[in-house]
Design a protein around this ligand. Sequence first.
Ligand code: ATP
Ligand code: MG
Length: 161
Amino acid sequence: MTYIKRITMSGFKSFGNRTVSVRLAKGFTCIVGPNGNGKSNVIDALCFALGRMSKKTMRAKSLTDLIFAGTKTQKPASKAEVVITFDNKNKEFPDDSEEYNVARWVKAKGTSGYTIQGKKSTREQLLNVLAQANIDPDGSNQFILQGRIVELTHMNTGQRR
Ligand code: ATP
Ligand code: MG
């Protein structure tokens, strides 16, 4: 089974006008940290790059809300881009390389698009390669969001099962 090796965010939400890379390990990953430090923004980045359409799950009114809005001292970004690097040692993705990159971007003017292995592609092509690797971008078993954890803790044993 593949896993996400890296999430690379440029101009994305609170990560500012720069490129931030988060390396992940195999198996179960949990993102923890102080309130408001950007944990959920990492998950929003993940959802964005996997081609999710629901802006609500990315906590944005429009896709351009995902672009770093700037601060008193920093200029806003003109583009947000997220690259997800999957492990491809077992060739789950249709390419001979050891890593497989899928990316999505949005510009301040409102245009947006996808790239696969650095090449311009369509959302359909993205969903196809994800499906080949058994990744459901809406799969609630693969990505467990903050609200869902609270729900799980409030369920009784029957509901949880
Ligand atoms: P909590 O512990 O409350 O769940 P968190 O670690 O999940 O917090 P996030 O929700 O990921 O934190 O980050 C919130 C921060 O991101 C806020 O300070 C918010 O202002 C900032 N933020 C959101 N969108 C943008 C944007 N487009 N540009 C700049 N900052 C943004
Ligand atoms: Mg959060």
